[in-house]
Design a protein around this ligand. Sequence first.
Ligand code: 9Z3
Length: 324
Amino acid sequence: MDASNGSQSFGETGNADIKCFFDSAPPLKDASQIKMKLEQFIENNRAKSENGKGSRVVCVTSGGTTVPLEQRCVRYIDNFSSGHRGSASTEYFLKSGYAVVFLHRRGTCQPYCRSLPDDPLLECFEVANESNITVQPIHEKTVKRAIGENRRAVMRGALLKLPFTTIFEYLQILQLIALSTRSLGSSALFYLAAAVSDFYVPWESMAVHKIQSSSGPLDMRLAQVPKMLSVLRKDWAPTAFCISFKLETDTKILLEKAGKALEKYDMHMVVANELLTRKEEVIVVTQNGNITVQRDKTRTDADVEEPLIKLVVDRHSAYLSSKS
Ligand code: 9Z3
């Protein structure tokens, strides 16, 4: 299948909105390089086997997509997502033996860097004299852990980082990843934690140059971003295990919307989270009922992603067993 042409990959769903989105999106820069990296990464990990889990590959999406308002973009619509969920989850997937394709928003939180200060280079190091740079003792443990763990993951070829900024880049790269994981069958997992824009300005109706404020108040109509979850599930990676996220600020509608997403997009799990409590608790919605997952409150450094990824890995294992 030609992954460079979105229009060839909607066979079963035949969704006109999705075809239109891909046909009119600006071409992805470095598409052939991304494809090459993906092919190599998948092939290398397919050959490995460690505790029977070596060939499992997860695509973790992380951070928020932007919506450009001008083709020569000066302004864009953004969202709050820090990438904490995606980067923390990546660490726990790596620890569980998975290889991870980390599709992340440029500049957001990276695996193993969550506990470093905002400006690690300037804050963690000190210059004793011109030829002697040392790590400040207070940051030594965190810096060593970050560098060591990241190096281990990269050395064993288990971490591929692919950055995106816009909604166009995100969906085009997600498609490339999905198509390249097809050869892994049910060993592939999609963990879609990125906050994906619901609305966008179609490329052909977007102003080319910077919108002028002298023209007065701005009226702008945003089109709906077509939901890619069904095409991912049905056409791009039909045998992969798929987990999407549902974020709401109103708890009253959260579970209902997560349940609907589970049915409508035929997800294996939907992780429901509320904006203010998302680091404390999530509710995992499945066909067999809901499971509340909380972080271990007896430990200040405990993440909710630790028990969450354990649950996901267990369910993925059960899925694999059911398929074999
Ligand atoms: C989430 O719900 C993530 O858990 C958060 C993580 C974005 C809340 P942070 O990056 O936050 O740690 O600051 N992500 C998915 C939200 C989303 O856009 N879902 C789409 C939808 O509901 C489907 S994939 O339609």
